[in-house]
Design a protein around this ligand. Structure first.
Ligand code: GLV
Length: 384
């Protein structure tokens, strides 16, 4: 096997090893995918100021996110169906994150359940919540996250309806996959994946199956969201959830300064500048271009995080320079997971750490907490 040198190497390997349906699910955006592409490509235009002959010894990437210590300010994003990229995927990714010292965020739409991930890890992880119509179910999910000692609730506000992802429709996405002839033919070319899946019982939406009554088809994300997600979601519900939860709250899916203001008013501890990885509103601006305006509007009042388009440590440091206290990676860790299981997630984190560390040094800094826009070439980064 060729050495894994960058996130792209993990992506290529994952594409080879993961059934098309699940690789495509992760690696796509909605409609024309313009926002999905812009998320990554707009990092490219931002340029660094190279500094020389400065002391580069004793560098540190340690920081905090919502007051919690992190080995580097990079969390694993909540991603649906992670346990379909690789058997027991959420458990493996959570373990890799724990060993590395960065937060893992478990999605509501995970395959491994909250309890299962808690039983296989030793430190608290974060739980991401979708707001569904059934308030009893939400209350129980919050209670389950508390019982599992989750140390933050990440409340997603940008998915009351699901953006159309063409490939998911064409592939007939479901968990577990339906045993149609094209699926069987495709899975036959992914022996590692099949062996893993045959060796685990975790093949259903673990937080939902057996916990939510009144749900007919639980295999399809699109029918589940269409039937269960709450179209009437408002900031009043955020207040209700905040009260019920009582712990650290992170609001995910903010792309507009007015919404950022409402997030501050909600009393949340942090917000995530996010367009859901370009999977929801195609044509929305990229996360990195939205970040400076939101930091300017509310950065003194609330911790600002971001996700979307990060594929390297260089991207991480650009987001930090533009005012993010921390960032989230979704696809990069999914590629690692699909490529090599837990070792692949660890490799992904190592790649990003090394790139972040060396880039910080080239920019003349030794402590990641000192990163600000002075490391960027004026005029090369998006305006506020
Ligand atoms: C959410 O779970 C998504 O598919 O983006």
């Amino acid at each position: 096997m060729k050495p894994i040198t960058c996130i792209e190497d993990l992506r290529v390997l994952a594409q080879r090893r993961v059934p098309r349906m699940f690789y495509d699910y992760a690696d796509s955006g909605s409609w024309t995918e313009s926002t999905y592409r812009a998320n990554a490509s707009e990092f490219g235009a931002i340029k660094f100021r190279q500094r020389v002959a400065v002391d580069m010894s004793n560098r540190t990437l340690a920081s905090t996110m919502i007051g919690q210590d992190v080995a580097m300010p990079v969390a694993l994003a909540p991603t649906g169906l992670t346990g379909m990229q690789h058997a027991d995927g959420e458990i493996l990714a959570a373990r890799a994150a724990e060993k590395f010292g960065v937060p893992f965020t478990l999605s509501t739409m995970s395959i491994c359940s909250i309890e299962d991930v808690a039983a296989h890890t030793t430190k608290p992880f974060w739980f991401q919540l979708y707001v569904m119509k059934d308030r009893d179910f939400i209350a129980r999910l919050i209670e389950r996250a508390r019982a599992a000692k989750c140390s933050a609730l990440v409340l997603t506000l940008d998915l009351q309806v699901l953006g159309q992802r063409h490939k998911d429709i064409r592939n007939g996405l479901s968990a577990p996959p339906r045993l149609t002839l094209p699926n069987i033919v495709n899975m036959a070319t992914k022996p590692r994946w099949c062996v893993g899946m045959l060796g685990t019982k975790r093949r259903y939406f673990g937080n939902i199956v057996g916990h939510a009554p009144k749900v007919a088809d639980m295999s399809s994300l699109s029918s589940w969201t269409a039937n269960q997600f709450d179209l009437t979601l408002s900031w009043k519900d955020v207040e209700w959830i905040k009260q019920r939860w009582g712990g650290k709250l992170i609001i995910k899916g903010i792309l507009d300064a007015e919404d950022a203001r409402l997030a501050v008013d909600s009393g949340a501890d942090a917000l995530i500048v996010s367009n859901h990885g370009g999977r929801q509103l195609d044509g929305a601006q990229s996360s990195i271009s939205a970040l400076p305006g939101i930091v300017a509007a509310v950065g003194k009042e609330i911790e600002v995080h971001m996700d979307g388009g990060i594929r390297s440590g260089q991207d991480v440091i650009k987001a930090l320079a533009l005012g993010a206290q921390g960032v989230y990676i979704g696809r990069p860790f999914l590629y690692g997971l699909g490529a090599m299981g837990e070792a692949g997630v660890t490799r992904c984190l190592e790649i990003i750490r090394t790139e972040l560390d060396l880039t910080m040094a080239f920019c003349g800094l030794r402590d990641v907490r000192d990163v600000d826009r002075k490391i960027l070439l004026p005029g090369s980064y998006p305006a506020e």
